[in-house]
Design a protein around this ligand. Structure first.
Ligand code: NAD
Length: 383
């Protein structure tokens, strides 16, 4: 059975879905692995390293995909008119496609029509058994770290307090907005750099987690926020009144901050605006806002997704997207292991083929299409 690994062609994508380490493991599982030439270059994995691991190098996507039963991707394959190569049309009917496909109902219908068995890993339930396949966590962790490193790089003063013969440089005030996986890693990183760290979130559990990492909690709490978490562990969309109260608390705090890292997300929606233009205007020149929620529109009203820009009052707003991809080697290594864990968990050793039980919670969570039909409840066409 052939497994194909493609070069990621979407703009700004630096990661790859398999590394030489995971290729070796797939071969050990009985698979034949084809890797498109250059697939790992942007993340530091050479063609020679893949070949040494046992992969066959394929000169182009068509060669890699010919006869493939399993296709590994980071992002959704390109469709007609999306780029120089129509990857979707090259995927054989019946192939199992695994990636972070970010599909909506129309996207899922396209996979179904092409007979592609699509699994979208960002939809995996956040349960203990799925932890080692949790692509959102592995990537968010790195994004949170990188955000603080880039924030510190853009900040013209130091992060730690430095007492020198020439005088004292004060510690930076760092404020982390959203204390999920990325935010907690950002808190830990900012603390390690020596910043004075505070953080906010709306989920009640987050307050204790913030404090346990040595940061102070800043936030607004009321009856609504006591129920701000969904059964899946995500933050709920809250009322306009709640957001207004939260903004009041944040506004006075943010004016004193040097580096603000925004990580707040509400599943399936545009990221909430937590830093208004007026708040940015209240910040000191030289302050930095790092918005890693930019892929979902951003938490700062002034964020320009994909760009760094400096406001009229001298605040730098880093709105880059794909923050995990800014650490491509680590992000690819973790992502590739997430996919390997998924496939090896649902693997029939005798048949040397995937076995995806329809009643398994993880399989149910990630499966978009099966046998030419959309099966994911959130993406089925309206009855
Ligand atoms: P996320 O990326 O969806 O959101 C990031 C953070 O933003 C969350 O903490 C959320 O509460 C916060 N947020 C949303 N609106 C906000 C607002 N208005 N102000 C401030 N903060 C706001 O979250 P995530 O990092 O993917 O984590 C989601 C949940 O899943 C968490 O509860 C996490 O502990 C849990 N989780 C569980 C597992 C597991 O295996 N059990 C694994 C990973 C994550």
């Amino acid at each position: 059975m052939k497994l194909a690994v493609l070069t990621e062609r979407r703009n700004g994508e630096t990661r790859v879905a398999a590394t030489p380490e995971t290729v070796k493991k797939y071969i050990g599982m009985g698979l034949e692995v084809a890797v498109e030439t250059g697939a790992g270059v942007a993340s530091g994995f050479t063609d020679a390293a893949y070949a040494e691991a046992g992969a066959t190098m394929a000169a182009d996507a068509a060669t890699a995909l010919a006869g493939a039963a399993i296709v590994l991707k980071v992002r959704a394959p390109l469709g007609t008119g999306e780029g120089a190569v129509d990857e979707l049309s090259l995927i054989p009917r019946g192939a199992l496609l695994i990636g972070t496909l970010g599909a909506d109902a129309a996207g899922a219908a396209t996979y179904a029509n092409l007979g592609i068995e699509a699994c979208s890993m960002e939809l995996a339930p956040r349960i203990t058994r799925a932890q080692s396949m949790d692509v959102l966590s592995s990537q968010a962790n790195l994004a949170g770290y990188r955000a603080v490193i880039e924030g510190a790089g853009a900040y013209d003063k130091g992060f730690p307090m430095m007492m020198t013969a020439a005088g004292t440089v004060p510690a930076a005030n760092a404020f982390i907005m959203g204390a999920g996986v990325a935010g907690l890693q950002a808190i830990a990183t900012a603390r390690r750099l020596g910043g004075r760290v505070s953080a906010t979130d709306v989920r009640p559990a987050a307050k204790e987690e913030i404090k346990s990492l040595g940061a102070s909690f800043v936030g607004y709490e009321d009856e609504e926020s006591k129920a701000a978490q969904t059964a899946g562990g995500y933050a709920k969309q809250l009322s306009a009144e709640f957001y207004a109260k939260q903004a009041e608390v944040v506004a006075t705090h943010i004016a004193k901050q040097d580096v603000v890292v925004c990580t707040a997300l509400v599943q399936g929606r545009r990221a909430p605006i937590l830093v208004t233009a007026a708040m940015v205007a209240s910040m000191k020149p030289g302050s930095v806002i790092v918005d890693i929620a930019s892929d979902a529109g951003g938490n700062c009203a002034l964020t320009k997704p994909g760009e760094l820009f400096v406001t009229d009052n001298g605040v730098k707003v880093l709105g880059y997207t794909n923050w995990a991809g800014r650490l491509p080697a680590a992000a690819s290594a973790l992502y590739a292991r997430n996919l390997l864990t998924f496939l090896s968990t649902f693997w029939d050793k005798e048949a040397k083929a995937p076995k995806l039980p329809e009643d398994d919670d993880i399989v149910k969570g990630v499966t978009l299409t099966r046998g030419g039909a959309v099966v994911h409840p959130a993406m089925k066409p309206a009855a």
